[in-house]
Design a protein. Structure first.
Lengths: 293, 299
């Protein structure tokens, strides 16, 4: 599309352009500084943090805080480090992402290619579920998980993330599949292909990009979730974000800032990695989540 | 274009199959979203405390709720936070987008820098900013160390100013996202009109005010809807940054609901606060979704 490369650049003088560059540069600093300084201080010994200033490079570089955050820091009552909670998050994220994406793909396929009366209303109901404040479901969900014995377990958390992820995954696939011509489906039907065959043979092979977008979105959201993790898990099944918050806000003993920073960076690494590797898709997911087509 | 039915057995199966495949998702949404909303709404009319009770007490929870100072603090904070958050994010997002759209060298390098905070968890953002803003160790301490002795920035410890630190951190996290929404809007504008206006001698300022910004209406609308729903749902950031403090200075409805329901065992009041949150979000989202889906049907 030609319009992608269009810009709305105005004719400006050299001074104006210099000011624009300055403005853009200052904002880049604003975005980089808090995280950058956190990285810098995560490799600094604690006494240097307390006595020195936060922008100074360490006199003595150390990876001790990272090791401590990962394997020996006091999280809650036990000195387990963040490692077990990191794996908890992984255990939750992988099945929840796969299942919610799969459901979204089928829903999107049905809502665009097997339309029926009232399907727009159903889609509207699914879509609205993306925006509800989750406080409204906390009490009954806690009850149900308690009754079914899923409270305080990673399985319960997986279930919760699947349920509240369906809205977004359906939205992604629906908007994407809408662009696939219906004639293609009709032709396949005349050739005798059924519901699943059409899905596997026609829809799935072209779904690569939207699967990536959807998986990234779900991965980021579920990995970064705090509310559900804090509400429905116990000490053994806490996800990374909850454990990190416990580590940082625990009031006992000396505040080991460098360990906190290392922990925060470890918690951020998976989503940052995805962002660095597939930023283009990350942005597309954000946009698709905000602009329903 | 919905049915391609031939009156034989296989095609009848084929016609039911989509509905069968859709039904688990539908079931989950109906029960765990709408059923649960009804359940919470019902609880808000009962005298539930530590456990759900089914003694209906009418609107008394709502009356109590709006009589609580704690709740009025939470509402005021949400209003201050929400208004500033939406306005500042929109201003920064729009400015960055307009400036980035001036054939900037290194755009591909700058854009990811503006946007990466969106990939972080609010708990990580809160941890970083809590320390950055802590006068004893962060910015203020560093300024003193560097020789600027009179520098003072202790908002995070100040009851009257703490809510603004939440704004600072939240803007840091999402303004880059708003920028990319506006940038997409700008790139979609037909620049024939611009060239014509430029030839007619319109000034840069007028060009933006009269031609470009009015065309960004859809982006403004999306940004407003997304930001307002994020503002009302903000919970993690406040827990990590201030945990509602100092005192109750940064309590918002989401933290209020959590503490009344799970820490103070006032489930009825907690549920009524959740209902108010839902109604607030719905008043923004429902008209928006309705318009989007209707447009969709026609188009």
């Amino acid at each position: 599309m030609a319009s992608i490369t269009q810009d709305t650049a105005i004719n400006t003088g050299r001074i104006t352009r210099a000011l624009i560059y300055l403005f853009l540069f200052l904002f880049a600093l604003y975005y980089l500084l808090p995280f950058g300084i956190m990285v810098l201080n995560s490799v600094k010994p604690l006494d240097e943090i307390l006595s020195g200033n936060m922008v100074a490079f360490p006199d003595r570089w150390t990876i001790e805080p990272w090791l401590k955050a990962w394997s020996t820091a006091q999280v809650g009552i036990e000195p387990t480090g963040l490692a077990p909670y990191f794996w908890n998050s992984i255990k939750v994220v992988i099945p929840a992402v796969i299942i919610s994406t799969l459901l979204g793909a089928f829903n999107g396929y049905i809502l665009t290619k097997w339309r029926f009366k009232g399907d727009t209303i159903l889609f509207g109901l699914m879509l609205f579920s993306c925006f509800i404040p989750f406080q409204i479901v906390l009490i009954p969900m806690a009850r149900i998980l308690g009754i079914t014995g899923l409270a305080g377990s990673t399985s319960g958390l997986i279930f919760v993330h699947i349920v509240y992820g369906i809205g977004f995954t359906t939205l992604y696939f629906r908007n994407y599949y809408k662009a696939i011509p219906n004639e293609l489906i009709m032709a396949a039907q005349i050739d005798g292909a059924g519901f699943f065959r059409i899905f596997y043979r026609i829809m799935l092979p072209v779904s690569g990009p939207i699967i990536v977008v959807c998986v990234i979105w779900q991965f980021t959201n579920i990995w970064n979730d705090f509310l559900f993790g804090a509400s429905f898990t116990d000490f053994d099944s806490q996800p990374m974000t909850v454990a990190l918050n416990n580590l940082v806000s625990s009031s006992t003993g000396v505040k080991e800032y460098n360990v906190h920073f290392a922990g925060a960076i470890i918690a951020a690494l998976p989503t940052l990695l995805v962002y660095v590797l597939a930023g283009r898709y990350f942005v597309r997911g954000l946009m698709a989540g905000s602009v329903k087509g | 274009m919905s049915s391609y039915s031939k009156p034989d057995m296989t095609s009848r199966v084929q016609n039911i199959l989509p509905k069968i495949v859709l039904s688990p998702s539908l079931f989950l949404i109906l029960i765990f979203v709408y059923g649960f909303i009804l359940f919470s709404a019902a609880l808000s009319f009962t005298d539930s405390r530590i456990l759900p009770s089914y003694d209906f007490v009418g609107f008394s929870n709502y009356i109590k709720l709006f009589g609580l100072r704690h709740w009025s603090i939470a509402l005021t904070n949400l209003f201050i936070f929400g208004a500033l958050y939406i306005v500042i994010c929109t201003c920064i997002g729009l400015s960055l987008a307009i400036f980035l759209d001036q054939k900037i060298r290194g755009e591909g390098f700058l854009r990811p820098i503006y946007l990466y905070p969106m990939a972080l968890s609010f708990i990580v953002t809160g941890t970083a900013w809590k320390w950055f803003l802590d006068p004893g160790i962060g910015l203020e301490h560093t300024m003193h160390q560097l020789g600027w002795e009179s520098f003072e920035f202790n908002w995070i410890k100040d009851r009257n100013m703490a809510i603004y630190t939440v704004v600072i951190a939240a803007v840091w996290q999402t303004s880059g996202f708003v920028m990319s929404m506006f940038l997409a809007g700008l790139r979609g504008i037909d620049n024939q009109l611009l060239k014509a206006a430029q030839i007619d001698g319109a000034s840069n300022f007028n060009l933006y005010r009269r031609i470009i910004i009015p065309q960004l209406r859809p982006a403004f609308l999306s940004a407003f809807v997304i930001l307002s729903h994020l503002a009302i749902k903000s919970y993690d950031l406040i827990v990590a940054l201030t945990n509602g403090g100092p005192g109750r200075a940064t309590e918002v409805p989401s933290t209020f609901m959590y503490s009344y329901t799970f820490a103070r065992n006032q489930m009825g009041i907690g549920a009524s606060s959740a209902v108010i949150m839902l109604l607030t979000i719905a008043s923004v989202i429902v008209p928006y979704l309705y318009a989007e889906l209707k447009e969709n049907k026609n188009g």
